[in-house]
Write a protein that binds this ligand. Structure first.
Ligand SMILES: Nc1ncnc2c1ncn2[C@@H]1O[C@H](COP(=O)(O)OP(=O)(O)O)[C@@H](O)[C@H]1O
Ligand SMILES: [Mg+2]
Length: 219
């Protein structure tokens, strides 16, 4: 279970986002919907331990994850979290197989790669350099890379953004299937995909912008 308490992130330029408390349970899937810029990616980065909250806390299975040091956060993420980033972060000059194979350096067992690539419809692209793939193909490679370690927490930032509806729907079903027993939190723009998830969270209502001025006025 992942919970947040009084979570607030302030960026160096003063932009601050405050989140109502959230609870993500094991065995459930969540779709995060909300306008561009409302704070969806920032929330995923806070949950993943990529960003450290300015105040408040992220707890994972009762542990104060946001207070771990960066090394502990990174170790946890590598072991337990599959994170599909909005901009994929693939190595363009390497093949699909090598992008996934690199995870062995982090101690990840990549057994089952072919079956996973097949389920995502990209097995035939295994030996192709990422540079030569379409946006939708790259997206599915990024998803395969996140799922290969059988993470108990899957965070996916617009995992279907480059896909047509049918492929996007298949990818969402794949994410939900892979998350079985664990927690899936996916940002999506497409309300047609939302019904696939156990719960839909309207981030427009959960994330609040705080300017320093308002905080001072309220003090
Ligand atoms: N590193 C940063 N520095 C300053 N502002 C940021 C930074 N990252 C995000 N923001 C701001 O925080 C808000 C939320 O961003 P983000 O979480 O990426 O939104 P979303 O994913 O919902 O589109 C935006 O107003 C964005 O400009
Ligand atoms: Mg975003």
């Amino acid at each position: 279970m992942i919970t947040t308490k009084d979570l607030m992130m302030q960026f160096p330029d003063g932009t601050a986002i405050r989140y109502d408390d959230l609870c993500f349970e094991d065995g459930r899937s969540y779709a995060l919907l909300g306008a561009s810029g409302c704070g969806k990616s920032t929330l995923l980065n806070l949950l993943a331990g990529v960003l450290t909250p300015t105040s408040g806390a992220v707890e994972i299975d009762g542990q104060a994850a946001s207070q771990w040091n960066q090394k502990e956060k990174d170790a946890f993420r590598i072991r337990r979290i599959g994170y599909v980033l909005q901009d994929f972060k693939l190595l363009e000059d390497m093949t699909v197989a090598d992008n996934i194979g690199l995870l062995r350096l982090e101690g990840v067992d990549i057994g089952g790669m072919d079956a996973l690539l097949d389920a995502l419809g990209i097995l035939k692209l295994k030996r192709r350099r990422v540079r030569r793939l379409s946006g939708g193909e790259k997206q599915r490679v990024a998803i395969a890379r996140a799922l290969i370690k059988k993470p108990s927490i899957i965070l996916a930032d617009e995992p279907t953004g480059s896909l047509n509806f049918e492929t996007g729907d298949a990818v969402v079903r794949q994410l939900i299937e892979n998350a079985a027993g664990g927690t899936l939190i996916a940002v999506t723009h497409d309300d047609r995909l939302a019904p696939r998830f156990d719960e839909v969270i309207d981030m427009n209502a959960i994330a609040h912008f705080d300017s320093g001025r308002e905080a001072a006025a309220n003090a």
